[in-house]
Design a binder for this molecule. Structure first.
Ligand code: ZN
Length: 262
């Protein structure tokens, strides 16, 4: 039997492309579609693109259930993402859905919730060069990239990047102005693998860059869950169901069969 392709959902807020003529010119089909095209290259993945403006922001229970990886690009409208949808995304990540946060999505609600910190950075818009150094050539996300790759014109992000210490740092960026930044970082939350990837300012054609697209495909492959779901419940095990014969000694204030509180 042919194995099923990994299912990728690309979420884009699709605000700058509608409101800013410069961004609309670079991304006439919307950034979510350009990012999707890059991941679709090579035909390895089933990719769908959704936006903030779709019903339930395009992140219905059904779509999330059928996503192995969710890729997120947001910037101007983080606050417009409904909290109920964020909870739904978090539950799927804990179950095992991969989550890839791009560029300004360091301030997106799902990424901030997953990190639990301010996720702040320093930044500058000067169209300077970025050199992304590979920190671990053996890492699957760096596959096919040489010692480094460069992007000619970018917005700079600099340290300190206020995230928990990453499990792995795959890329570190150097910028023409002298700053450095942990540009490719991984974490695990519950059963879900998370990758943050820095490139992608909306005023530059960064999601057409072949190395950026290669990293995105590598990251999707790496982040995808294995289909095993984390158990998200809090069952009470009665004394008679304990593996050992158990005598009840202490006080018992909860009823038999009562669910966990949440
Ligand atoms: Zn930016």
């Amino acid at each position: 039997m042919m194995s099923q392709k990994l299912r990728v959902t690309v979420w884009g807020e699709n605000v700058h492309e509608r409101e800013n003529p410069l961004v609309a010119k670079i991304y006439p089909d919307g950034m979510h579609n350009t990012i999707s095209d890059g991941i679709r290259e090579g035909g390895e993945f089933d990719v769908r693109a959704v936006t903030l403006h779709d019903p339930e922001h395009g992140l219905t229970t059904g779509i999330l259930e059928n996503s192995d990886v969710l890729v997120w690009w947001g910037h101007a409208a983080h606050g417009k993402v409904a909290d109920a949808i964020v909870e739904r995304v978090l539950a799927r990540v804990w179950q095992g859905m991969g989550f890839i946060a791009l560029h300004s999505s360091h301030y997106s609600k799902p990424f901030m919730r997953l990190m639990g910190t301010s996720c702040s950075i320093t930044w500058r818009e000067a169209g300077e060069k970025e050199r992304l150094w590979v920190c671990n050539p053996a890492h699957p996300i760096a596959r096919g990239i040489d010692r480094y790759f460069e992007i000619e014109n970018v917005e700079m992000y600099g340290e300190p990047f206020a995230v928990p210490t990453p499990d792995e740092i795959v890329f570190i960026s150097w910028f023409e102005g002298g700053e450095v930044f942990r540009s490719g970082c991984t974490w695990k939350r519950g059963n879900g693998k998370i990758f943050y990837f820095r490139p992608g300012h909306e005023a530059y054609p960064i999601y057409y860059n072949k190395n950026v697209r290669l990293v995105l495909r590598n990251a999707v492959r790496w982040a995808a869950g294995d289909g095993v779901k984390w158990i998200d419940s809090c069952p009470q095990i009665s004394a008679k169901d304990a593996p050992e014969l158990l005598e009840i000694k202490g006080p018992k204030i909860h009823k038999e069969g009562e669910a966990g509180f949440r």
